[in-house]
Write a protein that binds this ligand. Sequence first.
Ligand SMILES: *Cc1c(COP(=O)(O)O)cnc(C)c1O
Length: 336
Amino acid sequence: MKEGDEVILPAYTYCATANVVIHCGATPVFVDVNPHDFNISISNIEKAITSKTKVIMPVDFAGHCCDYDQLNALVIKHKAQFIPQTNEQKILDRVLILSDSAHSFGAWYKGKRAGSLTDVSVFSFHAVKNLTTAEGGAIALNLPAPFDNEAVYKTLCVKTLHGQDKDALAKTIKGNWRYDVVEAGYKCNMTDIMAAIGIVELERYDNDTLKVRQHIFEQYDTAFSKLEWAQLPEYKTDNKTSCYHLYPLRIKGISEAQRDAIIKEIFDYDVSVNVHFIPVPMMSFYKKLGYDIKNYPVTYDNYSREISLPVFYDLNDDLVKTVINAVTASVKKVLG
Ligand SMILES: *Cc1c(COP(=O)(O)O)cnc(C)c1O
């Protein structure tokens, strides 16, 4: 990637998705999202593809997968427009799909799991995510032939460990002390202690963590589906099941100021809620670069009416009731 290259991503995401594009010297091209599921709109991606597009970064918002069949077909359809520059781009010979799967570890799409749905998927194991190693993440490689995913994995391991061709453990093996540095690498490998946390979390993920989170979602659905002002999030369809990462409730017909007032009331009940996300074009750094939220009306509408309700393992049924009561009373107080 280099200056002038374009990367297409949703306006409605966390800054990390866009920041990495800046780090590469490329240009983030934000596009608007869907009104129904918060995910990047595939028809808007199609309008944004140019001969400079090198990567598309879909985000599986709230743990609900994007439509990967459509995304994968789109980059094939636009193959003729692609102008490769690097060696890897020449081999791929089309736009790369690099999924920001920070929310979707364990989610399903057409019988397949997040991480296996497109070229590359990146998971976050940060403390606020479904599966955590305190800090860290994972990259799932699924590049088409003739790429050798095992070889790409080895290259990434070298890059994340100072460009050394051997890790510390390999060097302790008899007669194996000598090593080489093949590039000026970085230090961003996962530590063994973090990985140990991940192994334990992974074991209980499907049958414990996800079940508990699903149960919380279902209680919210039951309560809020009875209330006229509530717009429930989509997290299960015929071919998708989310991993219940966020419960992004929307309130019908309210302004951003009313949403903020509702949140203030909810906090007065000692219930902590959040907003996912303040869209990236609304952040000062990106505003200074010339991005304007006015160009992403669905993103703004979703954001201005959104409140993420608490979803965490120790949220028992009584606490869920407390949340439901606090939200209901606060909406009533603000909207009358
Ligand atoms: C959390 C998050 C990230 C970043 O994850 P880190 O592990 O903190 O780097 C990226 N994208 C989205 C959408 C996120 O929510």
